[in-house]
Design a protein around this ligand. Structure first.
Ligand code: ADP
Ligand code: ADP
Length: 228
């Protein structure tokens, strides 16, 4: 199964003007790839990720993800689609501050019909010794690991990451990328990563470039480098 985005358009109305966030966006991503989405601020990267993940609606075109045609789904069906298929990672980790590491991951588990094992996931992301800590007791890199665990415990086919290293220093960012690469290798999760960082592009199987709402380039990286 693949992600297929065909001639997708999306406009935002801003006062008197239409902002064309996606223009005839067309893209195919085979399963199990790591894809980076590069492009200047405002070029439509987040909008693309959000329509693929079923968070945002789009105006015209077709999007097929995991066998579902998203333009045909009602709101309740989109919720079900996300629950079964999609994990999101954001720049700001969006952990619940009053919950411990384990309880934050539990939130993801409760959202899932077929969750993975809690202890195994915490170990995979390297947070098994800190399961009873609260977010404020963790570094940024550790908080992002917890956010990744919360997304992963649902066992999603697709992990959609919007600037996952944007709030981290370079060294910590590299460790998070290594973790995403590891997740891809052990679970076969397809990973889409929005980034400003060319270095991240170098480790992907596929690189997509966007400009003014258009996908201007999509090419396979024959020799992805290993992070670190
Ligand atoms: P990127 O992720 O590349 O920075 P976005 O997808 O966030 O780009 O935004 C694409 C365009 O759509 C930008 O011009 C942005 O200002 C506009 N946009 C995004 N979200 C909204 C919104 N909710 N309302 C109005 N305009 C928006
Ligand atoms: P990472 O493994 O994410 O790179 P660091 O090397 O930045 O983590 O942090 C090492 C340790 O220092 C962490 O285990 C964490 O407990 C502590 N630490 C780092 N930053 C903070 C912070 N802002 N607040 C509290 N503790 C922190």
């Amino acid at each position: 199964m693949t992600i297929k985005v065909q001639n997708v358009n999306k406009k935002y109305r801003s006062g008197e003007v239409d902002i064309h966030a996606l223009r005839e966006a067309t893209l195919e991503v085979p399963d199990h790839e790591i894809v980076t989405i590069l492009g200047p601020s405002g070029s439509g990267k987040s909008t693309l990720l959000n329509v693929i993940g079923g968070i945002d609606q789009f105006d015209t075109g077709r999007i097929e993800v995991a066998g579902s045609y998203l333009e045909t789904l009602k709101s309740s069906q989109l919720t079900e689609f996300r629950r079964n298929n999609i994990g999101f990672i954001f720049q700001q980790y969006n952990l619940i501050p009053t919950l411990t590491v384990k309880e934050n991951v539990e939130v993801g588990k409760e959202l899932s019909s077929q969750p993975l094992d809690m202890e195994d996931i915490l170990q995979k992301v390297g947070m098994e010794d800190k399961e009873n800590k609260f977010p404020y007791q963790l570094s940024g890199g550790e908080q992002q690991r917890v956010a990744i665990a919360r997304a992963l415990i649902k066992n999603p086919k697709y992990l959609l990451c919007d600037e996952p290293t944007g709030a981290l220093d370079e060294e910590t960012g590299k460790k998070i990328l290594s973790l995403l690469k590891y997740v891809n290798s052990i679970y076969g999760t397809t990973v889409l990563i929005i980034t400003h960082n060319q270095g991240i592009g170098d480790m992907a199987n596929r690189v997509i470039r966007m400009k003014s709402g258009e996908i201007t380039d999509s090419f396979i990286n024959e020799h992805p480098i290993e992070p670190e």
